[in-house]
Design a protein around this ligand. Structure first.
Ligand code: SR1
Ligand code: MG
Length: 427
């Protein structure tokens, strides 16, 4: 079928050409269709059978431009092909953490999938101060399985290279190269600043030689290290959850890059939430320490569980298929050391990139509601300065922090968990 951009009015006609739609949604002449996309890139339709709300699905379609900017910023709609391929791979490796796919079409750049309406977006729920007892457990499994089982440490040489070839995602990688690794670090027209940040706050990032050099190195690593299949945009807005289940959505940025990148996106966004709650918890009428301590616990647990799971998948695989290379007295011990060094290097990459992620959400175009929705601009600026300080320290000195506990201590040295950012008198 030739591509057409769907609207609320044309979704039903399209669904009538999809056999799976009837099975999932029942009577296709009795559907309620609502466009609910609030992301930066795509259109998302919520579809429900008016007589039976359990018959429901979500249709996501890519359009040939960047939605947040408009038609003036063309972006190939073929990005949906990467999302479909990534969802297929993630469904193989971690079916419990991705939505069920009912139908997909590369030609129409769309996917029809499970409606996760009972699992709201994690970021919004965290803004309200909700706790998720399984978050670290689930996110660490998603990360460890998808990253280990798509790396050269598991796949054979041909499968891996064929996959790398399939996942050359030029245009969305360019968005990341620009909007995470470049524009926020210089005087780009795409940046958007809280008006209460001073020139000094901004030049703290834009005019520091060491920061520039380290940031350029992180970007180079992103562009040249096809280590594992990444989700590519794994921030807290790409996670939907309740107390029991956790789903990761939206992998259109998928490509083969440094394994630490996905870890960095999640952990960097969690640190931003930690800083935002210095103010948010006061608005909610709470002492900030309880919720902020929970966030730090999740950060520590996510890394530590990821580390243990990644290593155990690797160890298990090594034992099953011991390579001639390591088959000598002492070889197993040497392999264990090789594993440790690689996981330590993934940690180091993750912490450096987490610094970039934090700064891009403060100075760059695409914000996070945790901070950007703080109405009191002075309080927001105070929170933003915390993120800028931590981001800069991680970009320059990530090598100094060898444990996640040390990185969490860095966050508390910038803002202790019990410290509140109260409303400013100016508001
Ligand atoms: C220009 S907007 C780009 C951002 O939106 C997506 O959600 C990704 O985070 C991307 O970096
Ligand atoms: Mg997204």
């Amino acid at each position: 079928m030739e591509y057409t951009q769907l609207t609320e009015d044309s979704v039903v006609d399209y669904l009538k050409s999809v056999p799976a739609a009837k099975e999932v949604l029942g009577d296709l002449d009795n559907l309620d269709i609502r466009e609910i996309g609030d992301g930066n890139l795509n259109f998302v339709y919520f579809i429900t059978n008016r007589s039976d709300p359990t018959q429901t699905a979500v249709l996501k379609q890519a359009v040939p431009f960047l939605r947040i900017v408009g038609k003036d910023w063309p972006l190939p709609k073929e990005r949906m092909t990467f999302e479909i391929m990534a969802l297929e791979k993630e469904s193989e490796l971690t079916p419990e953490h991705v939505p069920e796919i009912y139908h997909s079409s590369h030609d129409m750049s769309l996917v029809l999938m499970q409606n996760l309406k009972d699992y709201p977006v994690l970021r919004g729920q965290m803004n309200e101060g909700t706790y998720f007892p399984n978050l670290a457990e689930h996110v660490s499994t998603f990360l460890a399985k998808n990253l280990f089982y798509t790396s050269d440490w598991y796949l054979d040489h041909r499968t891996k290279k064929e996959m790398v070839k399939k996942f050359i995602n030029i245009d969305l990688c360019k968005i990341t190269e620009d909007f995470i690794f470049t524009h926020p670090f210089c005087k780009s027209d795409t940046n958007v600043y809280n008006e209460r940040l001073t020139e000094e706050d901004i030049n703290f990032i834009h005019e520091d030689d060491e920061l520039k050099i380290h940031q350029a190195e992180l970007k180079y690593k992103f562009m040249n290290n096809a280590e594992a299949l990444l989700h590519g945009d794994l921030h807290t807005g790409s996670i939907m959850a309740d107390e029991e289940k956790t789903f990761v959505i939206d992998p259109e940025f998928a490509f083969f890059g440094p394994a630490g990148f996905d870890v960095a996106l999640f952990i960097g966004n969690m640190f931003l939430a930690y800083f935002a709650h210095a103010h948010r918890q006061t608005l909610l009428g709470n002492d900030p320490s309880e919720y902020r301590t929970w966030i730090l616990d999740q950060i520590r647990e996510t890394w530590n569980k990821f580390d243990a799971k990644f290593e155990s998948y690797w160890k298990h695989h090594f034992e099953a298929e011991k390579d001639l290379f390591w088959d000598y007295p002492g070889g197993e011990k040497a392999h264990a050391e090789y594993r440790r060094r690689n996981i330590a290097r993934i940690f180091d990459d993750s912490m450096g990139i987490a610094g970039s992620v934090m700064i891009r959400r403060i100075l760059g175009l695409a914000k996070v509601s945790d901070i950007a929705d703080i109405e009191d601009l002075d309080a927001r600026a105070e929170v933003e300065r915390m993120g800028l300080r931590m981001g800069k320290e991680l970009i320059i000195n990530h090598g100094k922090y060898t444990t996640i506990e040390a990185v969490a201590d860095l966050a508390t040295s910038i803002s202790p968990a019990g410290q509140a950012v109260p409303a400013s008198s100016a508001g």
